[in-house]
Ligand binder design. Structure first.
Ligand code: FES
Ligand code: FES
Length: 160
């Protein structure tokens, strides 16, 4: 196995980061292990469960399917940064009030995916919400409360 390393310069949650990474290291492992940003989780490690969801240049991606080295020059946002920015405070509140999380393992990815849908504007149908979140697995909630929370936020944002 190659032990090659690559220098990258990225922005993570608004902060410039210059690091040397192993060529084979995934983005989510880099964020968790090298930067201590453990809000992005590692589940299936092959692109199925969505636990590792992060934003790269404004678009959500699977952090387990991207290499950190591929992100050179990119703008990365994790659940920590999005949460600190306050842009999903209403969504987090709705998840909390409606018991849309139990163990919380899926929740960071679920929130980032739901926010991407909500940023399109309007009030999506429950089918659309389910479809959009279908790449994020939850083993605890049965999804109903998650759809309720996302729908409630879409309706509330539509009123403001
Ligand atoms: S850990 Fe990346 S999709 Fe499951
Ligand atoms: S709350 Fe446990 S996996 Fe979703």
């Amino acid at each position: 196995m190659s032990d090659r390393t690559i220098a990258i310069a990225i922005t993570v949650n608004g902060e410039p980061v210059h690091e040397t990474v192993e060529a084979r290291k995934t983005l989510v492992d880099f964020l968790r292990e090298d930067l201590g940003l453990t809000g992005s989780h590692v589940g299936c490690e092959h692109g199925v469960c969505g636990a590792c969801t992060v934003r790269v240049d404004g678009v959500i991606v699977r952090g387990c399917l991207m290499l950190a080295a591929q992100c050179d020059g990119a703008r990365i946002e994790t659940i920590e940064g999005v949460s600190d920015a306050g842009t999903i405070a209403d969504l987090q509140d709705a998840f909390h009030k409606r018991n849309a999380l139990q163990c919380g393992f899926c929740t960071p990815g679920m929130l980032l995916t739901a926010q991407e849908l909500l940023q399109r504007g309007g009030v999506p149908s429950r089918d659309t919400i389910r479809h959009y979140l279908s790449g994020n697995y939850c083993r605890c909630t049965g999804y109903q409360a998650i759809v309720d929370a996302v729908e409630a936020v879409a309706q509330a944002r539509g009123r403001t």
